[in-house]
Write a protein that binds this ligand. Structure first.
Ligand code: PGA
Length: 239
């Protein structure tokens, strides 16, 4: 099971360090088997000490080792902190930052060529959801255009856009329908996450779905104590 925290534009370098210290302290005395990943803002990236179980990843990167790309960070900046895990295709980058499928595929190709761990996000907007399941599936699969699915480091996160940050997650039956269909359509062993208003109340139901291999958490990951409780809830279904 993967439990990933996407801080988005929350936390500074200082508060991220405090968060990671608290998270490591908790994990040191708590037997766990989850793959725990934290994606802080770029300015808070830091090398995690080798004895912890937390992977630090980047929410974003430019597919280059350097060059004239004002405002971006790339491979060299990630390498400085030994970052080998990235998010790609998040709906906020697709919509607010206007990343199109071609560019997302380029980022993916770059990350895959470096053998980085990738959480690749897909998700439909409300208008598409209203059109029924076949259209939803078609829309989601189009978000995988140009993506080499034969990559052991690939994890796909299904995050319906209307559920992100809304406080209202998708219904478990709808999540199940999409994740089951993705398992059938894609290489069966690609881990699938759900994201979109995951919280302490709904996480057990969602993570218990047989086709769900973990969660990508935004808002409910901001407080370290809540994130630790989420980990405990997930561990309780593994144990
Ligand atoms: P949320 O965000 O948990 O706040 O809905 C999830 C995400 O965007 O990854």
């Amino acid at each position: 099971m993967i439990v990933a925290a996407n801080f988005k534009l929350n936390h500074t370098r200082k508060t991220t360090t405090q968060y990671l210290e608290a998270l490591n302290f908790f994990l040191d005395s708590y037997e766990h088997s989850c793959d725990i990943r934290v994606y802080p803002p770029s300015s808070a990236l830091q090398e995690i000490k080798p004895f912890t179980d937390v992977t630090i990843g980047a929410q974003n990167f430019y597919p280059s080792n350097g060059g004239a790309f004002t405002g971006e960070i790339g491979e060299a900046q990630l390498e400085e902190f030994n970052i080998k895990s990235v998010l790609i295709g998040h709906s906020e980058r697709r919509t607010l930052l206007k990343e199109n499928q071609d560019f997302i595929a380029k980022k993916y190709e770059y990350a895959a060529s470096k053998d980085w761990d990738i959480i690749y996000c897909i998700g439909e907007p409300q208008e598409v959801r209203n059109l029924g399941f076949e259209t939803i599936l078609e829309y989601l699969l189009a978000q995988l255009d140009g993506i080499d699915l034969n990559n052991e480091k690939l994890v796909i996160a299904y995050e319906p856009i209307w559920a992100i940050g809304s406080g209202k997650s998708a219904q478990t039956k709808d999540i199940k329908q999409v994740l089951d269909a993705l398992k059938n359509e894609l290489r069966f062993n690609i881990p699938l996450l759900y994201g979109g208003s995951v919280n302490l109340q709904n996480v057990v139901q969602i993570a218990s779905l047989s086709s769900c291999d973990g969660v990508l958490v935004g808002s409910a990951s901001c407080e370290v104590s809540t994130f630790c409780d989420l980990i405990k809830k997930i561990e309780s279904i593994i144990k």
